[in-house]
Write a protein that binds this ligand. Structure first.
Ligand SMILES: Cc1cc2nc3c(=O)[nH]c(=O)nc-3n(C[C@H](O)[C@H](O)[C@H](O)COP(=O)(O)OP(=O)(O)OC[C@H]3O[C@@H](n4cnc5c(N)ncnc54)[C@H](O)[C@@H]3O)c2cc1C
Length: 415
């Protein structure tokens, strides 16, 4: 097949939240951007569904919020959980200093479709689906000068002044760049499956902690998307015990009657999602920057990974767009993104690791009557602390804002 060659100012590998938002923001300032996404669509159900107030604020600052909220979604103003037999409030978003005082639950493919639609409206933005970045193009002086990708039409070579690795937690870009990855010790995995939803089940997302079980059920209209947490590497043992035993556990954890849980008729319906937390100490090398999960893979705890990926994208555009435009983006400039975003990412990961160990793993190991950890019991009873948790989850550490001096390209053209 013939080779294709393209030249762009920026090439982004990965059309997830980090890649698409970075692509949108850079294109918005007039930079010529291409995003490569290896899949043919965004329709993969393992993606999280949580768009937090920090991301909604970014959409507000971009003038996109109103239209975004026309997409079917659920607003969650408080985070509640079932602890034993009691329903408790863990986080309160209603006092946040932001436009949206709620989490919008929206299937991530709808969010990514929305972002890509908006980005495609810029003439200088291109999204190439089914383009898998396989390797970096590297100049004699060791500078990354682009990406070699595979597409159904043959090999594609993209030459770019800056390459952004936003290709998620199994990033090809970071491994091809030889950026060292540090793995955190993670003691849980997740089983992911669907159960039909009935009106009597209620609407709200549910976090469930019962002796030996931890589950999250996300309302996706006709069905619950269920995340069933298991000890790391526990999937094989569970399968050996058989599907009947698993269905019994799901019924006991959720309170959904056994006949409805019979819908899980095959292990093929139950996908194992490996939970991973890792980070890069160095996010760049000359010509390349990694952001989002490619720089710091997040656990699902708190549903914050998408939002941290968006925050990285905002920081990247704020810090680098003017330099990219003047073709003066040095390795030191690329490192300013890490300097700004590493602390929020690492602190959030530390908190996730703490919750893995002190809440989730302990719940899975518990015997007898369910006992919530003391600090959760305190949080659930003190409104001020619930608001603090709401702020930490909803806005995160060091929330980013769109640079108010950046002028959208369409307005520039009109000017
Ligand atoms: C089980 C589980 C559940 C989670 N639930 C939530 C949740 O509810 N809320 C939340 O906020 N976070 C959640 N997270 C974390 C969240 O998914 C990530 O932190 C977030 O998606 C990171 O965004 P990203 O854009 O950096 O990477 P990703 O979302 O992983 O996007 C990377 C993109 O790059 C593409 N890609 C990969 N390799 C290549 C390549 N070589 N070439 C081209 N394209 C490529 C992928 O197809 C993908 O579209 C969850 C994580 C797990 C493991």
């Amino acid at each position: 097949m013939p080779e294709q060659v393209q030249n762009h100012s920026v090439c982004i590998a990965g059309g997830g939240p980090a890649g698409l938002m970075a692509g949108y923001l850079l294109a918005r300032t007039g930079i010529d951007v291409v995003v490569l996404e290896k899949h043919s669509d965004f329709l993969r159900d393992f993606r999280g569904d949580t768009v937090h107030p920090s991301t909604l604020e970014v959409l507000h600052e971009l003038g996109l919020l109103e239209e975004f909220l026309l997409e079917p979604h659920q607003k969650v103003h408080q985070m509640t959980a079932v602890m034993g037999e009691e329903t408790v409030r863990l986080a309160d978003f209603s006092h946040l200093p932001s436009t949206s005082k709620f989490i919008a639950f929206i299937p991530q493919w709808d969010f990514l479709d929305f972002l890509s639609r908006k980005a495609r409206a810029f003439p200088n933005f291109r999204l190439i689906m089914q383009a898998e970045a396989k390797d970096l193009l590297i100049a004699d002086d060791d500078t990354v000068i682009g990406v070699a990708a595979d597409t159904p039409d043959g090999p594609l070579y993209i030459y770019a002044g800056l390459t952004i690795g936003a290709d998620g937690r199994s990033s090809t870009m970071r491994s091809k760049a030889d950026l060292a990855v540090t793995d955190e010790d993670v003691d849980i995995d997740v089983l992911w499956f669907r159960l039909s939803r009935e009106a009597a089940d209620g609407d709200d997302m549910q976090g469930i902690f019962r002796t030996g079980y931890m589950m999250v059920m996300i309302n996706r209209g006709a069905y619950w998307q269920c995340a069933y947490v298991i000890p790391k590497n526990g999937a094989e043992g569970l399968r050996e015990k058989g599907l009947d035993a698993f269905r019994e556990q799901v019924s006991a954890a959720t309170g959904i009657p056994p006949d409805r849980v019979e819908e899980i008729s095959d292990w093929d319906q139950v996908k194992l999602l490996t939970v991973k937390i890792d980070h890069l100490d160095t996010w760049h090398r000359a010509g390349l920057l990694c952001i989002g999960d490619a720089a710091h893979a997040m656990s699902p705890v708190g549903g914050v990974g998408i939002n941290l990926a968006i925050q990285d994208a905002v920081a990247t555009a704020n810090l680098l767009a003017p330099l990219i435009m003047s073709e003066e983006c040095s390795p030191e400039d690329l490192d300013t993104v890490r300097k700004r975003r590493q602390f929020p990412a690492r602190m959030t990961q530390r908190l996730q690791t703490f919750l893995h160990k002190q809440v989730i793993y302990r719940t899975l190991e518990q015997k007898g009557e369910f006992k919530a950890p003391w600090f959760l019991r305190v949080v659930t009873t003190v409104p001020f602390l619930r608001r603090m948790v709401g702020r930490a989850v909803g806005l995160g550490i060091r929330p980013e804002h769109i640079d108010p001096t950046s002028i959208p390209v369409s307005r520039k053209k009109a000017a």
